[in-house]
Design a protein around this ligand. Structure first.
Ligand code: DAT
Ligand code: MG
Length: 151
C-alpha cells in the first residue's frame, strides 16, 4: 500500500450540528497527515463538477442543494492507504447501514444528511483535491509523530 491523498469534506449538516472538531479528530487520531483545511461556501457549479458521476441520478438536484446549503469544511489528508482507510472510518453511504464506530454510524441517520464525504479511489482523491483547493492552499510538512507511526 502506498502513500496516497484523499479529499475529505464535512458537509453542511456536519458544520451546522457542531461536529467539525469531532470529525477532524477521528482522522487526526488515526495518524493521517492533514495537508489542507478550509471553511468554504461551495458554488453550485463546483458541487455539480464534484458529483458529476451522479448527474443522471434522480437525487442529483437535492444532493447539489444540500451540499451548497451552507459552509463545508474541505480537507486534504495524506497517508499510507488513506483512501480506503478513510472510507472505513466514514462508514456506509446510508448511515443506517454504517457500523457503530464509524463517523456515519455514530453521528448520522439519513443518506441525504450523511455528514461527510471521502474520495473513493486514489485517482479521485487527486482529482477532488485539485478541484477544491487552489495552489498555495496545501502544505507539505513533517509531523513530529511520523517516526512513531511508520516503521
Ligand atoms: P459516498 O458518499 O458514500 O461515496 P456516493 O458517492 O454513492 O456515496 O454518493 C454521493 C452522495 O450522494 C452520498 O453521500 C449521498 C448521496 N446519495 C447517494 N445515493 C443516494 C440515494 N440513493 N438517495 C439519496 N442520496 C444519495
Ligand atoms: Mg462517493
Amino acid at each position: 500500500v502506498e502513500v496516497e491523498e484523499t479529499y475529505i469534506m464535512i458537509k453542511p449538516d456536519g458544520v451546522q450540528r457542531g461536529l467539525v472538531g469531532e470529525i477532524i479528530s477521528r482522522f487526526e487520531k488515526k495518524g493521517f497527515k492533514l495537508t489542507g483545511l478550509k471553511l468554504f461556501q461551495c458554488p453550485k457549479e463546483l458541487a455539480q463538477e464534484h458529483y458529476k458521476d451522479l448527474q443522471s441520478k434522480p437525487f442529483f438536484p437535492k444532493l447539489i442543494d444540500y451540499i451548497t446549503s451552507g459552509p463545508v469544511v474541505c480537507m486534504a489528508w495524506e497517508g499510507v492507504g488513506v483512501v480506503a482507510s478513510a472510507r472505513k472510518l466514514i462508514g456506509a453511504t446510508n448511515p443506517l447501514n454504517a457500523e457503530p464506530g464509524t463517523i456515519r454510524g455514530d453521528l448520522a441517520v439519513q443518506t441525504g444528511r450523511n455528514v461527510v464525504h471521502g474520495s473513493d479511489s486514489p485517482e479521485n482523491g487527486k482529482r477532488e483535491i485539485a478541484l477544491w483547493f487552489k495552489e498555495g492552499e496545501l502544505c507539505e510538512w513533517a509531523p513530529v509523530q511520523e517516526p512513531w507511526l511508520k516503521e
